[in-house]
Design a protein around this ligand. Structure first.
Ligand code: SAM
Length: 203
């Protein structure tokens, strides 16, 4: 794993969470392809994709690359370097593409550049790991969970980022979806790493 490369990619993942993504994807990608929602500039993509590459497997990375609400101008996570003055919009895709190329993942990662809902519309491929890290409001996380979790294979991993039980530490969307998923009783609940929730589909 090229830690120096990962450190210089813009993103929102702590190294311990990244390492856990890598370990889970290494195991999962022996069963089938993996998918993330929210690639941004490619930090999580490098962790997941490097693991998939080791097994000759594929990582689908779904992101419209226009940024979440909190990444727009005037919002707390706005990054002016990602702003396209011409179109007056965020565009993280050039950054994502450069990361994938530098990491040597062009034969592993399939960028799916559109809204999660659109990518899911005709999706049929069973998935061994799903990492949900797109928009963080409850409705969006719930929709991502509903649209994608049905494709998870038995023994596959469902991962949610930014799961904060304490509202003082972060928004409640991912936590409420995580809690609802746990209450279904169809997942083994595995230890979290940082704010990464880890569920495994039961038989
Ligand atoms: C928090 S960032 C992802 C961070 C990334 N996983 C990392 O490791 O740095 C959220 C990303 O989700 C994308 N996104 C938000 N809503 C989306 C949607 N409905 N469909 C596709 N992508 C979405 C945004 O464009 C943004 O790049």
């Amino acid at each position: 794993m090229d830690q120096a490369l990962i450190d210089q990619v813009k993103g929102f993942l702590d190294p311990r969470e990244g390492r856990r993504l890598y370990e889970l994807a290494l195991e999962a990608s022996r069963m089938g392809p993996c998918l993330e929602i929210g690639g941004y500039c490619g930090k999580s993509t490098v962790w997941l994709g490097t693991a998939c590459r080791r097994n000759g497997m594929t990582l689908y990375s779904v992101d419209h690359h226009r940024g979440s609400v909190e990444q727009q101008p005037g919002e707390p996570y706005f990054d002016p370097e990602l702003f396209e003055p011409g179109s007056f919009r965020i565009d993280t895709f050039p950054w994502f593409r450069a990361t994938v190329e530098t990491a040597g993942l062009e034969d592993t990662v399939v960028p799916v550049v559109c809204a999660s809902r659109l990518a899911a519309r005709h999706w049929k491929t069973p998935l061994a790991l799903i990492f949900i890290d797109g928009s963080h409001d409850f409705e969006s996380v719930e929709e991502d969970f509903r649209l994608w979790s049905r494709h998870l294979v038995t023994g596959g991993y469902l991962l949610l980022h930014d799961v904060f039980k304490d509202p003082a530490k972060g928004g409640q969307g991912p936590y409420l979806v995580y809690r609802n998923a746990v209450s279904l009783g169809i997942y083994h609940v595995l230890p979290m790493t940082g704010c990464l929730g880890v569920l495994r589909r039961k038989a």
